[in-house]
Design a protein around this ligand. Structure first.
Ligand SMILES: NC(=O)c1ccc[n+]([C@@H]2O[C@H](COP(=O)([O-])OP(=O)(O)OC[C@H]3O[C@@H](n4cnc5c(N)ncnc54)[C@H](OP(=O)(O)O)[C@@H]3O)[C@@H](O)[C@H]2O)c1
Length: 163
Protein backbone atom coordinates (compact mmCIF):
# COMPACT_ATOMS: atom_id res chain seq x y z
CA UNK A 1 0.00 0.00 0.00
CA UNK A 2 1.13 3.53 -0.83
CA UNK A 3 0.93 6.73 1.12
CA UNK A 4 1.00 10.09 -0.63
CA UNK A 5 1.57 13.40 1.15
CA UNK A 6 2.88 16.95 0.74
CA UNK A 7 4.91 17.97 3.78
CA UNK A 8 6.92 21.02 4.78
CA UNK A 9 10.44 21.01 6.26
CA UNK A 10 9.06 19.99 9.68
CA UNK A 11 6.70 17.40 8.18
CA UNK A 12 3.79 19.79 8.70
CA UNK A 13 0.86 18.91 6.42
CA UNK A 14 -2.08 21.14 7.34
CA UNK A 15 -3.63 23.87 9.43
CA UNK A 16 -7.31 24.49 10.31
CA UNK A 17 -8.32 21.47 8.20
CA UNK A 18 -6.68 22.98 5.11
CA UNK A 19 -3.49 22.24 3.19
CA UNK A 20 -0.52 24.50 4.00
CA UNK A 21 -0.06 25.45 0.36
CA UNK A 22 -1.46 24.39 -2.96
CA UNK A 23 1.17 23.82 -5.65
CA UNK A 24 -0.44 23.19 -9.08
CA UNK A 25 2.26 20.76 -10.29
CA UNK A 26 1.91 18.80 -7.02
CA UNK A 27 -1.87 18.62 -7.45
CA UNK A 28 -1.28 17.38 -11.01
CA UNK A 29 1.16 14.70 -9.80
CA UNK A 30 -1.39 13.62 -7.13
CA UNK A 31 -4.15 13.39 -9.76
CA UNK A 32 -1.98 11.39 -12.17
CA UNK A 33 -0.61 9.08 -9.47
CA UNK A 34 -4.03 8.24 -7.95
CA UNK A 35 -6.32 8.32 -11.02
CA UNK A 36 -8.13 5.04 -11.52
CA UNK A 37 -6.82 3.84 -8.14
CA UNK A 38 -8.18 3.50 -4.61
CA UNK A 39 -7.82 6.38 -2.12
CA UNK A 40 -8.27 5.92 1.63
CA UNK A 41 -8.90 8.96 3.83
CA UNK A 42 -10.24 10.25 7.12
CA UNK A 43 -13.63 11.95 7.31
CA UNK A 44 -12.06 15.40 7.85
CA UNK A 45 -9.92 15.11 4.72
CA UNK A 46 -12.98 14.19 2.65
CA UNK A 47 -14.79 17.22 4.04
CA UNK A 48 -11.83 19.46 3.12
CA UNK A 49 -12.39 18.72 -0.60
CA UNK A 50 -14.49 21.08 -2.75
CA UNK A 51 -18.14 20.65 -1.63
CA UNK A 52 -16.99 17.75 0.57
CA UNK A 53 -17.28 15.40 -2.39
CA UNK A 54 -15.21 12.24 -3.06
CA UNK A 55 -12.44 12.49 -5.69
CA UNK A 56 -13.48 11.74 -9.26
CA UNK A 57 -12.14 8.74 -11.21
CA UNK A 58 -11.03 6.99 -8.06
CA UNK A 59 -12.53 4.50 -5.61
CA UNK A 60 -12.89 6.54 -2.40
CA UNK A 61 -12.82 4.87 1.03
CA UNK A 62 -13.68 7.14 3.97
CA UNK A 63 -13.03 6.27 7.61
CA UNK A 64 -15.39 7.62 10.32
CA UNK A 65 -16.75 6.37 13.63
CA UNK A 66 -20.17 7.73 12.66
CA UNK A 67 -22.36 4.75 11.70
CA UNK A 68 -24.86 7.07 9.95
CA UNK A 69 -22.25 8.80 7.79
CA UNK A 70 -23.18 8.95 4.13
CA UNK A 71 -20.54 10.24 1.70
CA UNK A 72 -22.03 10.31 -1.77
CA UNK A 73 -20.21 7.79 -3.95
CA UNK A 74 -17.66 6.82 -1.30
CA UNK A 75 -17.29 3.54 0.57
CA UNK A 76 -17.67 4.26 4.30
CA UNK A 77 -15.79 2.17 6.88
CA UNK A 78 -15.71 2.58 10.65
CA UNK A 79 -12.24 1.52 11.78
CA UNK A 80 -8.70 1.05 10.49
CA UNK A 81 -9.26 -2.73 10.63
CA UNK A 82 -12.35 -2.40 8.44
CA UNK A 83 -10.40 -0.18 6.00
CA UNK A 84 -7.60 -2.78 5.82
CA UNK A 85 -10.20 -5.50 5.15
CA UNK A 86 -11.82 -3.39 2.39
CA UNK A 87 -8.52 -2.64 0.60
CA UNK A 88 -7.75 -6.38 0.37
CA UNK A 89 -10.17 -6.37 -2.60
CA UNK A 90 -7.62 -4.38 -4.63
CA UNK A 91 -3.96 -4.90 -5.57
CA UNK A 92 -1.91 -3.36 -2.76
CA UNK A 93 0.09 -1.18 -5.20
CA UNK A 94 -3.18 0.45 -6.37
CA UNK A 95 -4.15 1.65 -2.89
CA UNK A 96 -3.14 5.14 -1.69
CA UNK A 97 -3.57 6.43 1.82
CA UNK A 98 -4.21 10.17 1.31
CA UNK A 99 -4.53 11.47 4.90
CA UNK A 100 -4.99 13.33 7.04
CA UNK A 101 -2.76 13.31 10.08
CA UNK A 102 -4.69 10.69 12.09
CA UNK A 103 -5.08 8.29 9.17
CA UNK A 104 -1.45 8.65 8.07
CA UNK A 105 -0.28 7.86 11.60
CA UNK A 106 -2.52 4.82 11.98
CA UNK A 107 -2.00 3.41 8.48
CA UNK A 108 1.73 4.05 7.96
CA UNK A 109 2.66 0.66 9.53
CA UNK A 110 0.72 -1.04 6.70
CA UNK A 111 2.30 1.05 3.89
CA UNK A 112 5.50 0.21 2.05
CA UNK A 113 5.87 3.10 -0.40
CA UNK A 114 5.61 6.80 0.44
CA UNK A 115 5.33 9.51 -2.23
CA UNK A 116 6.36 12.67 -0.44
CA UNK A 117 6.32 16.17 -1.89
CA UNK A 118 8.91 17.85 0.33
CA UNK A 119 8.39 21.58 0.50
CA UNK A 120 11.47 23.57 1.48
CA UNK A 121 9.70 25.95 3.86
CA UNK A 122 8.34 25.94 7.40
CA UNK A 123 4.66 26.81 7.75
CA UNK A 124 2.56 27.18 10.88
CA UNK A 125 0.88 23.76 11.05
CA UNK A 126 -1.44 21.81 13.35
CA UNK A 127 -1.24 18.50 11.43
CA UNK A 128 1.89 16.48 10.77
CA UNK A 129 3.19 13.37 9.00
CA UNK A 130 5.62 11.02 10.79
CA UNK A 131 9.25 12.03 10.08
CA UNK A 132 10.48 9.36 7.66
CA UNK A 133 14.04 10.75 7.69
CA UNK A 134 14.24 9.82 11.39
CA UNK A 135 12.68 6.40 10.85
CA UNK A 136 15.24 3.67 10.22
CA UNK A 137 12.63 1.44 8.58
CA UNK A 138 12.39 3.80 5.60
CA UNK A 139 14.88 4.85 2.91
CA UNK A 140 14.81 7.27 -0.01
CA UNK A 141 14.81 5.35 -3.31
CA UNK A 142 14.12 8.17 -5.80
CA UNK A 143 14.28 11.96 -5.85
CA UNK A 144 13.26 14.46 -8.50
CA UNK A 145 15.29 17.54 -9.32
CA UNK A 146 14.48 20.62 -7.29
CA UNK A 147 11.18 22.13 -8.50
CA UNK A 148 10.03 25.72 -8.06
CA UNK A 149 6.66 27.43 -7.73
CA UNK A 150 7.29 31.17 -7.62
CA UNK A 151 9.90 31.45 -4.83
CA UNK A 152 8.97 28.12 -3.21
CA UNK A 153 11.29 25.15 -3.71
CA UNK A 154 10.11 21.56 -3.44
CA UNK A 155 11.01 18.03 -4.50
CA UNK A 156 9.18 14.79 -5.22
CA UNK A 157 10.78 12.13 -3.03
CA UNK A 158 9.99 8.42 -2.98
CA UNK A 159 10.60 6.49 0.24
CA UNK A 160 10.35 2.72 0.54
CA UNK A 161 10.20 0.51 3.56
CA UNK A 162 13.55 -1.29 3.83
CA UNK A 163 13.30 -4.94 2.81
N1 LIG B 1 -0.47 17.74 2.97
C1 LIG B 1 -1.17 16.67 2.62
O1 LIG B 1 -0.73 15.91 1.76
C2 LIG B 1 -2.48 16.38 3.30
C3 LIG B 1 -3.28 15.33 2.88
C4 LIG B 1 -4.48 15.09 3.54
C5 LIG B 1 -4.86 15.89 4.60
N2 LIG B 1 -4.06 16.90 4.98
C6 LIG B 1 -4.44 17.77 6.11
O2 LIG B 1 -4.61 16.98 7.29
C7 LIG B 1 -5.52 17.67 8.14
C8 LIG B 1 -6.61 16.71 8.59
O3 LIG B 1 -6.05 15.68 9.40
P1 LIG B 1 -6.88 15.10 10.65
O4 LIG B 1 -6.05 14.11 11.34
O5 LIG B 1 -7.39 16.28 11.42
O6 LIG B 1 -8.15 14.48 9.94
P2 LIG B 1 -8.40 13.12 9.07
O7 LIG B 1 -7.37 12.10 9.40
O8 LIG B 1 -8.61 13.50 7.66
O9 LIG B 1 -9.82 12.68 9.63
C9 LIG B 1 -10.00 12.42 11.00
C10 LIG B 1 -11.29 11.67 11.17
O10 LIG B 1 -11.16 10.35 10.65
C11 LIG B 1 -11.93 9.45 11.43
N3 LIG B 1 -11.04 8.47 12.06
C12 LIG B 1 -9.72 8.58 12.35
N4 LIG B 1 -9.26 7.44 12.91
C13 LIG B 1 -10.33 6.59 12.98
C14 LIG B 1 -10.49 5.26 13.46
N5 LIG B 1 -9.45 4.55 13.98
N6 LIG B 1 -11.72 4.70 13.40
C15 LIG B 1 -12.76 5.39 12.86
N7 LIG B 1 -12.67 6.66 12.38
C16 LIG B 1 -11.46 7.25 12.45
C17 LIG B 1 -12.64 10.28 12.49
O11 LIG B 1 -13.87 10.68 11.89
P3 LIG B 1 -15.20 10.96 12.79
O12 LIG B 1 -14.87 12.16 13.63
O13 LIG B 1 -16.26 11.22 11.77
O14 LIG B 1 -15.43 9.72 13.59
C18 LIG B 1 -11.70 11.47 12.63
O15 LIG B 1 -12.31 12.63 13.17
C19 LIG B 1 -6.05 18.85 7.33
O16 LIG B 1 -5.35 20.03 7.67
C20 LIG B 1 -5.77 18.46 5.90
O17 LIG B 1 -5.66 19.57 5.02
C21 LIG B 1 -2.88 17.17 4.36
Amino acid sequence: MNVIVAADKNWGIGKDNKLLVSIPADMKMFREETSGKVVVMGRKTLESFPNGLPLKNRTNIVITKNKDYDAKGAIVVHSIEEALEEVKKYPSEDVYCIGGDSIYTQMLPYCDVAHVTKIDFVYEADSHFPDLDEDEEWEITAESDEQTYFDLEYQFVKYERKK
